[in-house]
Design a protein around this ligand. Structure first.
Ligand SMILES: Nc1ncnc2c1ncn2[C@@H]1O[C@H](COP(=O)(O)OP(=O)(O)O)[C@@H](O)[C@H]1O
Ligand SMILES: Cc1cn([C@H]2C[C@H](O)[C@@H](COP(=O)(O)O)O2)c(=O)[nH]c1=O
Length: 216
């Protein structure tokens, strides 16, 4: 039975790498995928991983009907044996419904990849719809780690290393920190709640205001 599968996790946990591996293994067996992406850091019409691999993708636009796009493609003699949708958190809920229809009416497997929650730990609308509709939700097994060593479960947005909680839901960016730019950092829930990033934890540890704790 064809399936809609949602592979999810924090930023930087290997989702795009897995998407590229699924694509590679299927194309090595002569299958052809339809690859969708939206707002990938590598640019328009790309699906890229931090491991350096990148492939071309169809850039999903606002209001685009993904089911109709596939029907057009197939009826014009194009081929699609399965579908990959990366950065699926950026898709509109209606586009997720269209992907579910691709599974049910066109009989194609659809593999969607994305982060579930934003920097305020709220569900992205596209991810919410995926959780509602997917046949399977798979949490990636390669765990990203918080600076404290615990499993990272949340995405923080930072400016100059300091966590911010105001701003637009969508701001394309990366986990590599640079001085004043908007960046991201993955944290465990405890440190996300306390808004404690690697930089602020380091600053607190060095602060003369923080008295060393002596054990009894
Ligand atoms: N230099 C490296 N050597 C080995 N693995 C790396 C390296 N750089 C990144 N990675 C792996 O790539 C993962 C990020 O992959 P990526 O597919 O870009 O993540 P996502 O799409 O989930 O944001 C990291 O969690 C890490 O496991
Ligand atoms: C938390 C959060 C993230 N984003 C953006 C930042 C990146 O461009 C992507 C996630 O990509 P990745 O391959 O999973 O690292 O999402 C955002 O726009 N808003 C947020 O709250």
């Amino acid at each position: 039975m064809p399936e809609l599968v949602f592979f999810c996790g924090t930023m930087d946990c290997g989702k795009s790498t897995l998407a590229l591996q699924i694509e590679h293994n299927r194309s090595a067996r002569g299958l052809q995928g339809m690859i969708f992406s939206r707002d990938d850091r590598a640019g328009h019409g790309k699906l890229s991983s931090r491991l350096g691999l990148v492939t071309d993708a169809v850039e999903v636009e606002d209001g685009q009907d993904l089911y109709a796009y596939l029907v057009d493609h197939l009826s014009q003699g194009g081929r699609a044996d399965y579908v990959i949708a990366d950065e699926a958190q950026f898709l509109a809920p209606e586009q997720i419904d269209q992907l579910a229809r691709v599974v049910d009416d066109l009989g194609l497997d659809v593999y969607a990849f994305g982060i579930t929650t934003d920097f305020r730990s709220k569900l992205f609308p596209g991810s919410q719809r995926l959780v509602e509709l997917a046949d399977r939700v798979e949490v990636l097994q390669v765990e990203a780690l918080c600076w404290c060593g615990a499993r990272a479960t949340h995405n923080a947005r930072t400016i100059g290393g300091v966590m911010v909680v105001e701003g637009a839901q969508v701001v394309v960016g990366d986990v590599t920190r640079s001085a004043d730019e908007v960046g991201y950092e993955v944290l465990c829930r405890r440190h996300h709640r306390r808004r404690m990033t690697a930089a602020t934890a380091r600053a607190a540890a060095l602060s003369p205001d923080v008295l060393p704790v002596t054990s009894a």
